[in-house]
Design a protein around this ligand. Structure first.
Ligand code: PLP
Length: 499
């Protein structure tokens, strides 16, 4: 690396690019027993360390600086507003972290057995009870480690139920506005996917649903509120159509932030649901997890829930590993336990009233942004929405020919994480903004001002906006190349070659 002024933040090279200094993090005492080489110690040639020469040689201080510099080149909800639609990037209250750092929780291991982990099991059990109250469902498993895994669990449960009834159905219906994980989960569970259209109001086209809902369809995967931030206005009729043909309705509840305390998916005819605790209940996410995507279901589908399950017995709480009809185990033990604890802590701190206020404020904030921006950006729907607002790129090119991507990238220079772009696919050049309830009004106003400032800049100097960001640690990347030809490993010569 050559020296160049960067303003407090030195560039962090890749770990593999550090010079081979011979430094190490830990110096061990001289051995008092005979030295044994790794070759002798490890069984089998596959484990030999021939390739270890290229590994980074760093002191503890080097490592701390490396990761601290990387973290400062990053953006997080602790830095500023993160209005990434559909992702619900809300503040993670520090009380959750405090709970998760209690040794009684973070130093237990499930193999210690139920007897020594009673507190933890009780927490999971109580969390299940609260979540069942919020969703209205009889059955729950906290096991899935992400929303997408909750979806997979739910679809596998539907398949198992149908097979139990002696039915093999080939299709799952998915609306055109669905999150990409929905068709992927259906396919992973062995179903072909057929698309249901939505109408100009953003809701499912009932006639199209009726035409496609045959006895070869296992069910419908419905996101509600959907990705446009709209509560399906014909939800009861949708459920009736699917049930009439012996199918099940899977509800993608990742947008529960718009419904908690207002309405319950079990009450409007849903059969299976997943929630994203890392969205609605404030546990940290991004960068791939860990998350928690609990799955919920009706009494009828409960026997198929994943194992193990937390149960209360006269002797206390225990993990039950038995269940003949269960779809089995999805991940280790009972899911991401400390993430579950953070969600529990959040709900405990908020209380029922607080959770209701959370929902109302999230919806209010989204509609405040909608109102403040509707004269400068084209809203995708005429009516107000729930927790997120989607703009289209209609008329955006009148500002010096800029695109949704240009606007999003220039917002980085104003200190904002870009909103979700080009999703949902049903809106041309979509810009999907979800401020969440966390943001105070001043921050929402700053965001509005930033959008307006970018549009004015584009009128004067479109090149400036089209080449943004200018002040971020990286300029605009070739995202297509990065996705198609990712370089994920050390340079070839340093790569570990198995013997
Ligand atoms: C985030 C999201 C998912 C996927 O959740 P993961 O935890 O990222 O797997 C699914 N559906 C919708 C609508 C979402 O917003």
């Amino acid at each position: 690396m050559s020296a160049k002024p960067t303003g407090f933040l030195q560039e962090a090279p890749l770990l593999f690019e550090y010079p081979q200094t011979g430094r190490e993090g830990v110096k061990l005492r001289t051995l008092e027993v005979p030295d044994v080489s790794p070759d002798q110690a490890m069984a089998g040639a596959a484990l030999r360390d021939d390739g270890l020469e290229g590994l980074p040689q760093l002191s503890e201080f080097d490592v701390v600086r490396h990761f601290t510099r990387l973290s400062r080149a990053n953006y997080s909800v602790d830095t500023g507003m993160y209005p990434l639609g559909s992702c619900t990037m809300k503040y993670n209250p520090r009380i959750n972290e405090k709970a998760a750092s209690l040794p009684g929780f973070n130093q237990v291991h499930p193999l210690m057995g139920d007897g020594l982990t009673q507190g933890h099991l009780e927490m999971a059990y109580r969390l299940e009870e609260w979540l069942r109250e919020i969703t209205g469902f009889a059955g729950v498993s906290l096991q899935p480690a992400a929303g997408a895994q909750g979806e997979l669990a739910g679809v596998l449960m539907i398949r198992a139920r149908l097979e139990d009834k002696g039915e093999r159905r080939g299709y799952i219906l998915v609306p055109d506005s669905a999150h990409g994980t929905n068709p992927a989960s259906a396919a992973l569970a062995g179903f072909a996917v057929a698309e249901v259209k939505s109408g100009p109001d953003g809701c499912i086209d009932l006639a199209d649903l009726e035409a496609k809902m045959t006895t070869d369809v296992a069910g419908l995967m419905l996101t509600n509120p959907n990705t446009l931030g709209i509560f399906e206005k014909n939800i009861l009729e949708i459920a009736r159509v699917v049930h009439a043909k012996g199918g099940y309705v899977y509800c993608d509840g990742a947008n529960m932030n718009a419904m908690v305390g207002k309405t319950r998916p079990a009450d409007f005819g849903m059969d299976v649901l997943h929630l994203n605790l890392h969205k609605t209940f404030s546990t940290p996410h991004g960068g791939g997890g860990p998350g928690a995507g609990p799955v919920f279901c009706t009494e009828e589908l409960s026997p198929y829930l994943p194992l193990p399950r937390v149960e209360k017995s006269p002797e206390g709480w225990r993990l039950n590993w038995k269940g003949e009809k269960s779809i089995g185990k999805l991940t280790t033990f009972y899911g991401n336990s400390l993430i579950l604890l953070r969600a529990y802590s959040y709900m405990l701190a908020m209380g029922g009233d607080g959770l209701l206020e959370m929902t109302e404020t999230a919806v209010l904030n989204a509609n405040y942004l909608r109102h403040q921006l509707k004269d400068v950006l084209a809203v995708s729907l005429a009516s107000p929405t729930l927790h997120e607002v989607v703009f289209s790129d209609l008329g955006l090119d009148l500002h010096g020919g800029i695109t949704t991507l240009d606007l999003a990238k220039r917002l980085i220079d104003y200190g904002f994480h870009p909103p979700t772009v080009y999703f949902p696919l049903t809106v041309h050049g979509a810009l999907m903004v979800e401020p969440t309830e966390s943001e105070p009004r001043e921050e929402l106003d700053r965001f509005v001002e930033a959008v307006k400032a970018v549009l004015e800049e584009a009128d004067r100097d479109p090149g400036l906006v089209k080449s943004a960001p200018h002040t971020a640690p990286r300029r605009r990347l070739d995202e297509t190349l990065a996705a198609r030809q990712p370089i994920l490993t050390a340079p070839q010569k340093e790569r570990h070659q198995p013997a």
